[in-house]
Structures are given as C-alpha cells and as structure tokens.
Design a binder for this molecule. Structure first.
Ligand SMILES: C[S@@+](CC[C@H](N)C(=O)[O-])C[C@H]1O[C@@H](n2cnc3c(N)ncnc32)[C@H](O)[C@@H]1O
Length: 470
C-alpha cells in the first residue's frame, strides 16, 4: 500500500513539476529578447520592447493586500519588474499576469479573482511596460546576437581576478570577443575589464598573454585572499584564485616561529598569510615581475620582518638553503621583536622576541608542471653542516611538492591509488632514494582536466638524503 501511494505521489509531483517547467519555458520564450544576428557593434537600444498588459487599479489600498495574498498567481511575475506600484494620490496599481495582454483577454484570469475585482469595483485598464537591454541576462543577450550554430555553447562563464573577468574563448568565438566582452562588462558591475587568453601558457613563468576585449586597459589588479591583499599585473605573473583553499590549508600547517622556504612563491599567496602568522619565510620566485609584486605585497601587508623576498632559480635556493638562511637570520640579527597587541587599557606593552630557526621546517614547491624535477637538489643540502643535528629541537624539513599526474583518456581510468603510486615512483627516481610509501601524504588539490589531477605530496626529507655527501 505504501509503495503504491508513494508512486502515486511521485507521479503527481512529477506531473506538477513538468507543468511548472512548461509554464516557465512558455514565459521565458515569450519574453526572449529580440534577435539580431547581424549586430557587430553592441546596440543596446535595439533591445527595447514594449509589452501590452493590463493593470488592476485599486482605489482602496487595503484590498491590494487581500488580492496579493489570494491571487498572487494572477499577477505579473518578471524578475526586476515590480508588479505593484503606488500612485501619488495613494491608489495602487497591480499589473496582471503576462498572458492577459488586453482587456479582451480577462477570461484568462480565474473566475474567483475576476469576481474579487468586480465585487470590489476595481478598475481594469491597459498598461504598457517597457523593458530593454538591462532586463535580460548575459546569456540571453548573447543568445540573441551570436550566430545560431553557437547557441548551445554561449561563452558566458569567466573567472574573476580583482576587477578583471578572464575568458578563455574558443577560436570560433574570437571574432565576437568585443561583443561578448562588452555584454559581460555591462552585466557585472564589479568588473572593469574583460580579457581573453591569447596563445598558450608560458612554460616557465606560467603566465599568458591577454587581449582586452572591453573596459579599461588596466591589468594591475587588487585581489583579497586569506585576509591579505595582493596587487599584481595579471598579464605578467601567475595567479589562480581557485587555489585559495589549498593556500589556506597549507598555511594552517605552519606554526609561529617556524621557517618556510617558499621556492616558487609567485606574488606571495603562501608567504604573505604565513608572515601574518609570524612564520618566517624565504619567499622566492624566478620571474622578476613576480618578485617585484611579491615585494610590493609583503610591504602592503606589513610582513617584511618575517618574510624575505628572493629572486633566484629555485634550484639554487634549495641547494644553498643554509647559506640563504644565514643571510636571512643576519639581516634580522637572529630574531624579530614584536609587541603583543592584546593589551588591556593601561597595561604596559609586552615585548616578545622570536628567534630565527637554524634549520628549515618546510619547503613549498608549487610549480606542478615541473617541481618534482627539482627534488634531486635536496641531495646533501645539509651535508656541509653536520652540526645541525646537535641543534636542540632539530627536525628534518617537510617537503610539500605539487605535481600533475596526467593519464591518457584512452587507458582505463587508473584508480586513485595507482595514480599516487605513479607519483611515488617518480619521486623516488628523481631523489634517487627509496622513500617509504607509507610516509607520503597526498592531497588532491583539484582536477585541472578530467585526466589531469593536481596533487600536493607532503613528506619529511630523509636524513640520508639531506646529509648525503655530494
Ligand atoms: C604555479 S606558479 C605558483 C605561484 C604561487 N606559489 C601560487 O601558489 O600561486 C609557479 C611559480 O613558479 C615560478 N617559477 C618557475 N620556474 C621557477 C624556478 N626555476 N625557480 C623559481 N621559481 C620558478 C613561476 O614564475 C611562478 O610564479
């Protein structure tokens, strides 16, 4: 019995949902924007449209409340359009549903609602509603002006960095770039510039050229992440807002007073928030533009006491990390002083001193395309400094290395374990060391493509590798 009644209700609900959907589709269809597929310059005025409707004019405002409550479905329902308005003399106008286009079509109202209007002497009169370009969404406007063969794949998606909307238009859409860009610009008040990716990504600095499709020719953005502010020229450095969860996740592993070597730091999305936590960071990037903006961000976020900008090849920094650590420490005379902020009124300030560690707690290598290739540089990084082992609380560094593990769409999809196993094998080979599989921690960061997962692999550098004589 239960099964039958559940089925009955399910069917009833589904048929009601279907009717609702059909009703919506009907409304959407009848209100589609006018079409002009020959438009090459955006002509906003073209979209102006006047709809003939009917208004119920209520002399007694209190009746409006009753009507709205009982007969809401007889009223006009359009996004961004108010269906009740107030006249200066205190009377109210209620616009009736779109199907009722003239006084001759009042039979489209329910008899009950019509009865209500008649009994209460409500006047019915024609009403003209003008809508235009602002009424429709980006996809609707583009759907009315782009060639018909593109309608299934209208490019209205984009990512936002600061004030820039960034598109990655397929070749066939490129000729319509200016139109697409302008509509996106108009419809998104927080966006000042729309750009399209041009050509392929630079393999070393991970940047790509971009073309401004619409808006200001200003590619220097301000972007907030992890309570920090980042400023950079979007065309000259690497930035990916999709990584913010991973940035937060990794930074949360660092403790105050630890020392991090951010080998491929970009403009500082790990090192700036780490600095704010009083984590010491050697923040390095090979790209001179990244270095420039990173310095700017360290200054802007007031973390230069804790974070040192560097502009080296990451290989050099890993190999000579102790030399750079000594320079880092000397610059700060071995420690950083700070005043504890949480002071109650009248209390003397509390001064603290945080000593720069003598060894490195974490190495971060976020260059997923090739960071694994740098792992051979860890061989013997501490070999010239055997005394490190005597330092109280000495620990070997944690290595956090990012990588892709691409597989062919033609092979049967490898299991997660298999993919991780492949990464493990690559690491062992490059480091020339048989790392214990069980000591590796994997974090799936994101899938760049269905066949291209990006991982962070975290492991402690083995003593044998760090102190290996070279
Ligand atoms: C994928 S980005 C990551 C940037 C930043 N860590 C982040 O999470 O956004 C990789 C960075 O590595 C830098 N890079 C490339 N080759 C390098 C090398 N040999 N040494 C140091 N940095 C390098 C690039 O300039 C780029 O900023």
């Amino acid at each position: 019995v239960v099964a039958v009644s559940t089925k009955f209700f399910r069917e009833l609900i589904s048929s009601t949902q279907q009717k609702e959907r059909q009703k919506k589709e009907h409304t959407a269809m009848s209100l589609a924007p006018p079409i002009n597929r020959a438009m090459t310059q955006l002509d906003r005025a073209f979209f102006k449209r006047t709809l003939s409707l009917v208004e119920a004019h209520f002399k007694e405002p209190k009746l409006v409340g009753q009507f709205v409550k009982q007969y809401a479905r007889e009223m006009l329902k359009l996004k961004k359009v108010r269906n009740v308005h107030r006249y200066e003399d205190g009377t109210r106008g209620v616009i009736l549903k779109e199907e009722v286009k003239s006084i001759d079509e009042l039979q489209k109202l329910s008899p009950e609602s019509l009865g209500f209007l008649q009994t209460n002497n409500v006047t019915l009169k024609p009403y003209e509603l003008t809508i235009g370009y602002d009424f429709w969404k980006t996809e609707e406007i583009l759907g009315a002006i782009l060639p018909e063969q593109f309608l299934d794949e209208i490019p209205s998606g984009f990512t936002i960095t600061g004030h820039i909307a960034h598109l990655n238009l397929r070749d066939e859409f490129k000729p319509y770039g200016a139109l697409i860009g302008q509509v996106i610009l108009d419809k998104n008040p927080n966006i000042r510039t729309v750009v399209d990716k041009v050509g392929s990504i630079d393999t070393v600095f991970r940047t790509f050229s971009m073309k401004v499709l619409a808006g200001d020719n200003d590619l220097v953005v301000e972007q907030r992440e992890s309570n920090c502010i980042f400023q950079f020229d979007f065309s000259k450095v690497y930035w990916n807002s999709r990584l913010h969860t991973e940035h937060d996740r990794l930074v949360s592993l660092f403790q105050e007073g630890e020392l991090v070597c951010d080998v491929m730091a970009g403009v500082g999305p790990f090192s700036v928030p780490a600095g704010k936590k009083r984590v010491f960071v050697m923040s390095n990037d090979l790209n001179p533009d990244s270095f420039y903006w990173m310095k700017n961000n360290l200054e802007k976020n007031k973390v230069l006491d804790y974070v040192q900008p560097l502009n080296l090849n990451g290989r050099t920094l890993i190999k000579e990390c102790i030399k750079y650590l000594k320079e880092f420490s000397d610059k700060r005379k071995g420690a950083v002083k700070y005043v504890s902020k949480k002071r109650k009124n009248g209390e003397e300030p509390v001064y603290h001193e945080l000593a720069v560690p003598k060894f490195i707690n974490h190495f971060v290598m976020n260059l997923p395309d090739s960071a694994l290739e740098f792992l051979n540089e860890y061989n013997g990084i501490y070999s010239a400094y055997p005394e490190l082992k005597e330092v109280p609380s000495f620990e070997l560094p944690m290595v956090h290395v990012y990588c892709f593990e691409k597989f062919s769409p033609d092979e049967p999809e490898p299991s997660e374990e298999e993919l991780r196993y492949r990464v493990h094998k690559r690491i062992c080979k490059i480091m020339d060391y048989d790392l214990d599989w069980k000591t590796l921690q994997f974090q799936l960061v994101r899938k760049v493509a269905p066949t291209k997962p990006m991982y962070r692999v975290t492991f402690r550098l083995p003593e044998e590798v760090a102190f290996r004589s070279i």
